[in-house]
Design a protein around this ligand. Structure first.
Ligand code: HDE
Length: 685
């Protein structure tokens, strides 16, 4: 039995498997790694109390040696990540399209482990940097592990895996001085983009608000590549995978993201951890887009090109199942750090295409684990073990844990009745899709991959005015850090191929000549690309309740109750920690003092009423900054009674002030609606 956490939850097969490896130290005598009980653990063995330490001290040597080797190489990309356990369930059988069993039975709960990540930063970098987010899911299916190793953006920077090391070298800190950390705002990244225009579409996504998600729980996931579904009759469909967050897609604003880098570098991981601990389990629906084999060439883009999306209006996303994350890790290193994903971990019914980026990934992921996890047996690490049985003739190697008895370790054999033996597809054997291929050996890119601008332009055309402004500001921020004027100019000229207005607006303020070119590479739009069209929900939003002693209890209690019912999390912020007393007998525990809390840590603010409370808050200069900053970040702000005095204005979008003629119920509802809207962009300063 798991003694520590979530023990009332239904255990998956994966949970049971992991349980066997857990060691609980509660109420146990301390031992060495050899099981020898130790009598003392604070002093090394010395020749006299002031004398030298002795070689004989095996306990000291063991403890220190283990410590010296605690770190393993961080991932070469996606080094900073955070993971959680959960399960996936399909809504209806997809048997018609795929033989994958976990996509056929709605009653089956497939255990999953998800790791979210940033790409460029080191393990200790901040969560809220402008970057792509990794969204990697391992499904522990009865037929073996299936890994959907995706990102929160549906396209990629390069079209051929051959270019991946170059791209990553350009975006990572510059090699001569290892600056800057976790930022694309530097010369080499933008030099790469200007000289490798296949990146242009992805750069549009990376400069958009998608690159600064409010929460891992509020971002989409994409498999990026085109994969294949294959059914029992051997018939195939091209397929793209999507994860759609049930809470909708929401982002931070750039100023907030930068401040959070200092105020709470763990902002996104803390958010995920807290949500799961509180029972607010993150949910993502699985969506699929499918194209019939015979329709492969019906589009004005190549469906194998990973720098292209399949517009949702053209090829609808069908929602087929849901993933729920309901358990935090027991040990970050054992689970999140040691998990090894690989796009080549597939199950029967899921197959590949010739996307040259995907093909290269199929090599890279196993290869990289050899140095990161120290040898070929990383599949035996508990988090990586499938729940399906493993039988083959692979033997030995660093850190081998399995004990394979007997003399036979080869196929075919008679000594062990030819076991283990391969099985045909009907018995679950993986058979590759028999795609016909022919061609000359050639180092070349298909001509059908050459349009680098149309979909970048479609992305721009699909943005709302606010999103367009954020995009332009992001370009300007990044380019203002680029020292070479030539690179800045090259970028302006390159993006003029996407859209003349975009390039002209970027050019303003970065010391470049405005582009000659006007017009757009495409007039198309895809409404699904705009985050403005996403779901709006107050659920799990965090509200800072600013209150001091003498707050008016009757009003505040009523609103807090209503917020709770709407799934909003309210936390009291006051000049000092401890408890505050109301105008009646009640008290409130203060969760944050203004010394440690800032408005960037909250989604919204509510100022309590009460003369004494408001006067007390006014004495604290941090309180005024708190409300002002929330206002500047377009956040919902509510005020009760005298609380209105702390607001920069009482009448602006998203500001909810208790009116004399309204009931508390009406006020509460207006506040909840304002919180659900997430940000109030039409606010002016
Ligand atoms: Fe990765 N990528 N990648 N990548 N990737 C890795 O594998 C690579 C690409 C993605 O949480 C590495 O185990 C190549 C696209 C995620 O552990 C490495 C290419 C997409 C993660 C690697 C790509 C991704 C990785 C580093 C170009 C979205 C983190 C550590 C052909 C579909 C997984 C590791 C985790 C990690 C190689 C491009 C997603 C080096 C060669 C496109 C989410 O193997």
């Amino acid at each position: 039995m798991d003694k520590h956490r979530n023990s009332n939850q239904e255990k998956t097969k994966k949970d049971e498997q992991l349980e066997q490896f857990k060691v609980y130290d509660d109420n146990q005598p301390m031992t060495t790694n050899q099981g020898l009980r130790v009598s003392e653990d604070e002093h090394s063995l010395k020749a006299g109390a002031r004398g030298p330490t002795l070689m004989e001290d095996f306990h000291f040597r063991e403890k220190m040696t283990h410590f010296d080797h605690e770190r393993i190489p961080e991932r070469v990309v996606h080094a900073r990540g955070f993971g959680a356990h959960g399960y996936f369930q399909v809504y209806e059988s997809l048997k018609e399209y795929t033989r994958a069993k976990f996509l056929q039975d709605p009653s089956v709960k497939t255990p999953v482990f998800v790791r979210f990540s940033t790409v460029a930063g080191s393990r200790g970098s901040a969560d809220t940097v402008r970057d792509v987010r990794g969204f990697a899911t391992k499904f522990y299916t009865e037929e073996g592990n299936y890994d959907l190793v995706g990102n929160n953006m549906p396209v990629f920077f390069v079209q051929d895996a051959m270019k991946f090391p170059d791209f990553i070298h350009a975006v990572k800190p510059q090699p001569h001085n290892e600056i800057p950390q976790a930022q694309s705002a530097h010369d080499t990244f933008w030099d790469f983009v200007a000289n490798n225009t296949e990146s242009v579409h992805m750069v549009m996504w990376a400069m958009s608000d998608r690159a600064i998600p409010r929460s891992f729980r509020m971002m989409e996931g994409f498999g990026v590549h085109t994969f294949r579904f294959v059914n029992e009759r051997g018939e195939a469909h091209f397929v793209k995978f999507h994860w759609k967050p049930v809470l909708g897609i929401h982002s931070l604003v750039w100023d907030e993201a930068q401040k959070l880098g200092g105020k709470d570098p763990d902002y996104n991981r803390r958010d995920l951890w807290d949500a799961i601990e509180a029972g607010n389990y993150p949910e993502f629906e699985l969506g699929i887009q499918m194209i019939k084999e015979e329709e492969e060439f019906n589009f004005d883009f190549d469906i194998l090109d990973p720098t292209k999306i399949w517009p949702e209006e053209l090829i609808p996303v069908r929602i087929v199942g849901k993933m729920t994350l309901n358990r935090n890790t027991d040990n970050f290193f054992a689970e999140t750090e040691q998990i090894a994903f690989h796009p080549g971990h597939v199950v029967p019914g899921i197959d590949f295409t010739n996307d040259p980026l995907l093909q290269g990934r199929l090599f890279s992921y196993t290869d990289t684990q050899l140095s990161r996890l120290g040898g070929p047996n990383f599949h035996e690490i508990p988090i990586n073990r499938p729940i399906a049985p493993v039988h083959n003739n692979q033997r030995d190697g660093m850190h081998r844990m399995t004990i394979n008895p007997g003399p036979v370790s080869y196929h075919k054999n008679a000594m062990a009745n030819n076991s283990p033996f391969p099985v045909p597809a009907e018995q679950g054997g993986y058979e590759h899709y028999t795609e016909k291929v022919e061609g000359r050996k050639i180092r070349q890119r298909s001509d059908s991959f050459k349009d680098h601008y149309s979909q970048a332009s479609m992305f721009w055309n699909s943005m709302s005015d606010v999103e367009k402004q954020h995009l332009v500001s992001a370009f300007q921020f990044e380019l203002s850090k680029v020292k070479s004027k030539e690179i800045r100019q090259n970028i302006v000229d390159t993006f003029a191929n996407v859209d003349g207005e975009l390039a002209r607006r970027i050019s303003e303020g970065i010391g470049t000549i405005p582009p000659q070119k006007s017009g757009s590479a495409s007039t198309k739009t895809s409404p699904a690309l705009s985050m403005m069209n996403t779901k709006k929900s107050p659920m799990t939003r965090k509200v800072a309740v600013l209150a001091g002693n003498g707050y008016r209890d009757e009003e505040l209690s009523a609103v807090l109750q209503q917020l709770k019912e709407a799934g909003v999390i309210a936390e009291v912020v006051s000049p000092k920690l401890g408890a505050i007393t109301s105008d009646a007998v009640s008290r409130l525990e203060v969760q944050h003092s203004t010394l440690g809390a800032d408005s960037v840590l909250f989604d919204a603010v509510l100022v309590a009423g009460g003369r004494q409370s408001v006067d007390e808050l006014k004495m604290d200069p941090k309180v005024m900054d708190f409300v002002k900053e929330a206002y500047q970040h377009f956040k919902p702000i509510g005020a009760l009674g005298e609380g209105v005095e702390l607001l920069p204005t009482a009448t602006a979008p998203g500001i909810v002030v208790l009116q004399p003629d309204e009931t508390m119920q009406q006020f509460g509802q207006r506040l909840v609606d304002s919180i659900a809207a997430h940000r109030h962009w039409s606010r002016t300063f």
